[in-house]
Design a protein around this ligand. Structure first.
Ligand code: PHE
Ligand code: CO
Length: 294
């Protein structure tokens, strides 16, 4: 789904009937930091098959739509025909950028999420959607979290951005600014686009793990696409139950890292004084990016 980690954190997990393994939202098996063991033996042959089909559908449409950094790293997830062991990925990731993948039972509270990111640990939900949720799932599952988020953690600049976001989240909690910061996560980590000489490419995990939004985000005439601007972005509401009405476009991960490096304390104050914008609005004079030709 559109990973709503920073946003929907703390929402009561959906519970399903018998037959979904590992059990969804079984927080009793989590430690104090909300991580748990990846319950690998619990995956059924059907789960592995669902993962294989999700992976195959998604990987074939990456060229021309996903950014090069993502395409280069996706193979690091390992064999595409079964759900990976998180520990295997962590070994490679640790060597590349010092990050680890840790298992969680589902969405976790905001502060716990920020604390993990700040210590270069990315929480991945260990259960997989059911076949009837193949096209759309309302909360993050192992496919969204792994396929969508983990490849870019192999990129050194993006990896540093994610850690900085976690530290910034802990600070935002103290400043009561989590809603503003969540918009940054949403419009970059989940739904970010990057401009390249070849055209627009997706780097956001919510796009990259979605069968339909990957094409929509870079080729449709419907949504608005404007240049990344921190204050403008923090004022912008977003959609959680449909494709995005607007996207923010970065030039490079360096630009993203540098634009978010300043202390947000005065920026939160500035942004709070400005009117909030509904999703999909464009301000007079704003430069719009055209979709890629198809
Ligand atoms: N610079 C931000 C702050 O001071 C921290 C941050 C960095 C937040 C990167 C998000 C992304 O709060
Ligand atoms: Co996500």
């Amino acid at each position: 789904m559109k990973g709503a980690k920073a946003v929907n954190a703390g929402v009561a997990p959906v519970t399903y009937g018998e037959g979904t393994r590992p059990p969804r939202g079984d927080y009793a098996r989590a430690r104090a930091d909300y991580t748990c063991e990846q319950d690998y033996a619990q995956y059924t042959a059907a789960d592995h098959d669902t993962y294989r089909r999700l992976y195959a559908r998604q990987v074939q449409q990456l060229p021309g739509k996903a950014c090069d950094e993502f395409i280069a790293a996706v193979a690091q997830l390992g064999a595409p025909e079964r759900i990976p062991h998180f520990d295997d990925i962590s070994e490679r990731l640790m060597q590349a950028t010092g990050w680890q993948v840790v298992s969680v039972p589902g969405l976790i509270p905001e502060e716990a999420f920020f604390a993990l990111l700040a210590s270069r640990k990315f929480p991945v939900t260990d259960w997989l959607r059911r076949p009837e949720e193949f096209d759309y799932i309302v909360e993050p599952d192992v496919f969204h979290d792994l396929f969508g988020h983990v490849p870019l953690l192999f990129n050194p600049v993006f990896a540093d951005y994610m850690q900085a976001y976690g530290a910034g989240g802990l600070k935002a909690s103290r400043l009561d600014a989590c809603e503003l910061l969540a918009r940054l996560y949403w419009y970059t980590v989940e739904f970010g686009l990057i401009a390249t000489p070849q055209g627009l490419r997706a780097y956001g995990a919510g796009i990259l793990s979605s069968a339909g939004e990957l094409t929509y985000s870079v080729t449709s005439n419907e949504p608005e696409r404007v240049a990344f601007d921190l204050r403008r972005l923090m004022r912008s509401k977003y959609k959680i139950d449909s494709y995005q009405a607007n996207y923010f476009v970065i030039d490079s991960f360096d630009q993203l890292f540098e634009a978010t490096a300043p202390d947000f304390t005065p920026i939160y104050r500035e942004v709070r004084a400005l009117p909030t914008m509904e999703a999909g609005l464009v301000l007079p004079g704003e430069r719009r990016f055209s979709p890629n030709a198809v």
